[in-house]
Ligand binder design. Structure first.
Ligand SMILES: Nc1ncnc2c1ncn2[C@@H]1O[C@H](COP(=O)(O)OP(=O)(O)OP(=O)(O)O)[C@@H](O)[C@H]1O
Ligand SMILES: [Mg+2]
Length: 296
């Protein structure tokens, strides 16, 4: 079997990286198939950007191995297959985005059309302007286009939508989903839960360089099937004690893994609720609950 048809887009084993006394990455294992998007989560300083730099082969790990479609990370063959947007990008200001993208495209055997990228990332009015004076969000859009210009099969995106307005975020999410739907593999870091839920099918949470939670969104959600029931009550009315509801600016809130039964009982007891909503618990809260139960 030729190496290029390797089944795994990414295979990392026991990665370690320290900076002096700081253990930035401490024993990360990770595999990713083509057509899958992995969200790397964790607090500031958890080791996400360092993990990405090891996976991309930008810096050597202290120990451990990384293979990209069967090629060692950092090798010319691996580099041909990847695209990346770093957490912060500084580009030569005397260049235009078109020049920068063309320059990057020239380093790849196959490349995307600059026109398609211009459209995908809303660069129309900017593509032939020197980057002097580009706003933060404009630089970010160029950086995102850069990740895709080499027709990569695997992209690494470090906080891709930081500083983007909501239309540009939506545009990026559409591009990201399309890329994965066509068989691309993606690793992205983000502090935005809705972004993770929109783009990723798998997440890995790290803290102090260690993996603390890993799985598909589906299996993680299935671990805690809790709905959040919210409603208003007339002034002076209190919810029944059995509901264990709490008051907030949004009215009364109760949580239950049997919300249908809860609603039937509220109606049977003629509790005078209004504006009632039932929503699945947010992913962020599900993860907080799983970690509180099993902090390892
Ligand atoms: N070049 C470096 N020299 C020294 N320490 C570093 C270096 N790069 C990273 N670190 C440290 O390693 C740890 C992990 O940093 P990293 O940038 O990977 O975190 P992160 O999860 O990406 O955080 P953020 O959400 O803030 O981007 C931090 O404690 C950081 O200070
Ligand atoms: Mg980072």
């Amino acid at each position: 079997m030729p190496l290029d048809s390797h089944a795994l887009a990414l295979e990392a084993r026991q990665l370690f990286k320290s900076f002096g006394p700081v253990k930035a990455v401490a024993g990360v294992d990770l595999t990713l198939e083509p057509g899958a998007a992995l969200g790397l989560l964790g607090p500031n300083g958890a080791g996400k950007s360092t993990t990405l730099s090891l996976l991309m082969g930008l810096r050597p790990a202290d120990s451990g191995t990384v293979q990209v479609f069967g090629h060692p990370a950092g090798s010319p063959a691996a580099r041909q297959m990847i695209g990346a947007t770093p957490q912060s990008a500084g580009f030569p200001e005397q260049l235009t985005p078109r020049e920068l993208l063309s320059y990057a495209a020239a380093h790849h055997r196959s490349a995307r059309q600059i026109g398609a990228l211009t459209e995908a990332f809303g660069l129309g009015a900017l593509i032939d302007r020197r980057m002097t004076g580009f706003s933060g969000g404009e630089v970010r859009r160029v950086a995102l286009a850069l990740a895709f210009v080499g027709a990569p099969r695997l992209v690494f995106l470090d906080e891709p939508t930081t500083g983007l307005d909501s239309a540009a975020q939506d545009g990026f999410h559409a591009v990201a989903r399309g890329f994965v739907a066509q068989g691309g593999a993606m690793v992205l870091t983000s502090h935005h839960w809705t972004e993770i839920e929109t783009v990723c099918d798998r997440i890995m949470m790290i803290d102090k360089g260690e993996r603390v939670l890993d799985g598909t969104l589906e299996t993680i959600r299935a671990r805690t099937r809790i709905n959040r029931v919210q409603f208003d009550l007339p002034d002076g009315a209190a919810p029944p004690d059995w509901l264990a509801a709490t008051a907030s600016d949004q009215g009364w809130t109760a949580e239950s893994d049997q919300s249908d039964r809860l609603l039937r009982r509220l109606i049977a007891e003629q509790v005078p609720f209004s504006n009632l909503t039932v929503r699945p618990m947010a992913l962020k809260d599900i993860i907080a609950r799983i970690r509180a139960k099993d902090p390892s």
